[in-house]
Design a protein around this ligand. Sequence first.
Ligand code: CIR
Length: 262
Amino acid sequence: MIAITRGISDALGACELTHLERVPMDPARARAQHDQYTAALRSVGYEVIALPASDEFPDCVFVEDAAVAFPEIAVMTRPGAASRRGELAVVEASLSKHRSLARIADPGTLDGGDVLVLGPNVYVGLSSRSNADGVQQLSEILAPFDYAVHGIEVKGCLHLKSAATAIDATRALVNPAWLDTSLLRGIECIEVDPTEPDAANLVALPGARSDGRPLPGTVLHAAAYPKTGARLRALGLNVLEVPADELAKAEGALSCCSVLLH
Ligand code: CIR
C-alpha cells in the first residue's frame, strides 16, 4: 500500500481559512506532528511517497484535496479555492505512475476533502469548495466502475469529511450537527463525543499490517479528541493516536494529509 503525502510549506500561516480565525502557525511544530503521522503510516506497512513542499502553496500539505484515488482510477480535482489549483501538478506527476487519471474541469469544483467513499456509494459534500457540476463530473467518471455518486449538503464545517469519515464500508464516524446522517444509506453512524465537534475525521487503514499480519480495524485519529478516541476503542478498533493540533489551526485534519492507494 502507498500513501502520498506532501511537506509543509514555510508559508503555512497564509493558508486558506473559512471557519477559523487566523492565529500564528508554527511550520516547524506542524512538521514535527506531520512526521508522527507519516511514521504511523509506515509503522503499519504503508510506503510513504513524500512530495516536496512549496513556498508558493501555503496549503500544499493537504494533499487529499488535490486528488481522489480509487482502485480503478484516480481523479484530479479542481479545488474550490483558486489559490490551491496550482498544487495539483506535483501530485498528478506522482499519482500518474500508479493510476490512470481523470480530471474535473471548469466550471466544476471539487475538493478531495468533500469525497466520502462508503463501499459502492460516493458522497460528495456540497460545500463552499465543491459544486454540483463537480459532483456530476465525478459521477460520469465513476459510472463505468459501478459507483453511485450522491451530492450531500454540509453546514457549519469546511468539508464533508470534517463531518463524517468512513471507518469501513458500512460504518462512519460522524458529527450529526454538520450533516443529515440519514442521507448515508444503510450506514451505521458512530457519533463523536459532543464536546469534541472536530473529532469526526479519522483515516481508516484497511491495509494495515504488523509483522506481515493484518491489523483489521486500524484507524488514525487525532490525539486532541480522547473521548471520541475512547468511543472508537470501545468498538474494538485499533486506534493510532497522532498529534495534529498545529495543522488544525490551518483548518486541516488527518485525512487531508494523505492520498492512500490500495
Ligand atoms: C483550506 O482551507 O483549503 C486549507 N486551509 C485546509 C484544507 C483541509 N483539507 C481537508 O480537510 N481535506
